[in-house]
Design a protein around this ligand. Structure first.
Ligand code: HEC
Length: 112
């Protein structure tokens, strides 16, 4: 008699883990909404260069670089030039630190 109850709990716990994983990383839809909100979408797209590099290319460039998240979050905040060409990225002062960190984390997780 206890068995159905046990399975029920297993599914419940599994569902909790799934919900948690979804919370940890942005999905593409909410990340793109966040790009719009913070103005990144004017210069960036996931899979093609606009003014700035495609986010998939950024992910490929920093693959395996453990400092990339901190380094890029700082660069997005302050702006910079010279890594992808001679067009500068202006400072993104309107974006909150939390949004920048979420966005850079998501960018680095992208695959071609
Ligand atoms: C006005 C255009 C513009 C806007 C707005 C903009 N970017 Fe950029 N972004 C650029 C350009 C140009 C570069 C390339 C800079 C370089 O070559 O060093 C770049 C580079 C980057 C890089 C790679 C940096 C590196 O050193 O490799 C990341 C990550 C990035 N942008 C994220 C963002 C995010 C997140 C936002 C929104 C908060 C944003 N950008 C808003 C133009 C922009």
């Amino acid at each position: 008699m206890t068995r159905p109850l046990l399975w029920h709990s297993v599914f419940f716990i599994a569902a909790l883990f799934v919900a948690e994983a979804a919370d940890a990383a942005l999905d593409n839809t909410s990340a793109q909404a966040m790009m719009q909100k913070n103005g990144c979408a004017a210069c960036h797209a996931i899979d093609k260069k606009i003014v700035g590099p495609a986010y998939q290319d950024v992910a490929a460039k920093y693959k395996g670089d453990k400092d990339a998240l901190a380094k890029l979050a700082d660069k997005v905040k302050k702006g910079g030039v010279g890594v992808w060409g001679q067009i500068p990225m202006p400072p993104n002062v309107q974006a909150s630190d939390a949004d920048i960190k979420d966005l850079v984390g998501w960018i680095l997780s992208l695959k071609k």
